[in-house]
Design a protein around this ligand. Sequence first.
Ligand code: ZN
Length: 482
Amino acid sequence: MADFYVTIGLEVHCQLLTKTKLFCRCGTDYIGKDPNTLVCPVCMGIPGSLPVLNQKALELAIKTALALRCEILPQVVFHRKNYFYPDLPKGYQISQYNFPIGTNGFVEFFAQGTKKRVRIKRVHVEEDAGKLVHEGLGLPPHSSGVDFNRCGIPLVEVVTEPDLHSPEEAREYLVMLRSVVRYIGASDGNMEEGSLRCDANVSVSQSSLELGTKVEVKNMNSFRSVFRALQYEIERQKKVILEGGAVVQETRHWDEREGVTVSARGKEEAEDYRYFPDPDLLPVAITPETIAGIEKTLPELPLERRERFMVEYELTEGEAGILTQEREIADFFEACLMEFRKPRLVCNWMLTEVLKNLNELNIGITQSRVTPESLGELIKMVDRKEISGTIAKSILEEMFTSGGKVKEIMARKGISFITSEKELERIAREAIEKNPQSVADYLSGKEKALHFLIGQVMKTTRGQADPETVKSLLLKELRSGE
Ligand SMILES: [Zn+2]
């Protein structure tokens, strides 16, 4: 079996989090809006209308480039990228050509336990195109409509060097990129809603010394589809080579339903965009002061935070990874530590109970009713053995669904503190005295009898004791009687 070398480069478009479009005042909140309700002469390219650059979009793009460790170019120049397509009313897209916002950056991330670095070739700003609609909206059968609401929405495009070597690495890179743009508030990175779109360049060769023929794969709209499309495309190219054929340089589309890539030959081949500077938009200078000002607003980034969590709280790379992927989760975790400083315990609760409840309710941590203070208080009580873990879990569930502080919920549900170990000892002794048969059974080797006794104690305490503590108390009593 021949060895194959896989090389992947990704181009990712992220929708920038601005209220208005890149060159006009139309709103960007197009999800669920009626077609062509968020349009004006500027984003429709009506002759005589003039674009005005959205400063917020520029700032967010610079911030993205800085977070990706890019060098920022001193001047931003917008070009017209000319092509004809029905969803492009102007006949050109305003983009950047030879002077992007940033170049020569990098992103680091963990893939299968090892830290990888992917070089970032360029970061630039461009406007989005519209969308063809093929069904619904009262369209006659076999016809298509165009929705221009998305025209002019600001995007930042992040292009990597071909530094990725497997579908797994590509996925981890995307997860990290999404995490970074979300941390810095540049994009919501919502792939399913189209805020993050990805194209890939894939090649396979039989020697690490030369690159294979590059194939571009488009139309992937989830992390899963990127992964599947890359897997499929790599296998397809290997097969072509093994059968003695030659991989054709082309653009292919990912067909999600069939799980295959399909050649898009003809339509997108031999593109000649005839780029030229947009005469309506003057070059914009980016001063060192502007860069320094934006740099100051950069938060601690996900990878730095992950590595700090590993050192400061002694968490594993995997645990720290889950806790830091979303800035809000990491913030919540650290706020919880202010209340109760045992990172190991808080981490366990976050990764199991908290995430489970969030998943069940299908909400983010900021939408939840639980505060870090109350979670901290709850875990502290479990740690002091004032309530059992089981009871604490039910209190937490209640906090998620109806809110409230720990003690309020305890009062509402009639849960009392486990007063002391002495009290538990007394209850355990009582259970032993009341059930001589079970004691005899246990002493004659029947393990099951012990579970019955534990159950009796749990019943008396109405489940408010820690089963492990009860077990050890019972064993102590039973052995002392031997
Ligand atoms: Zn507009």
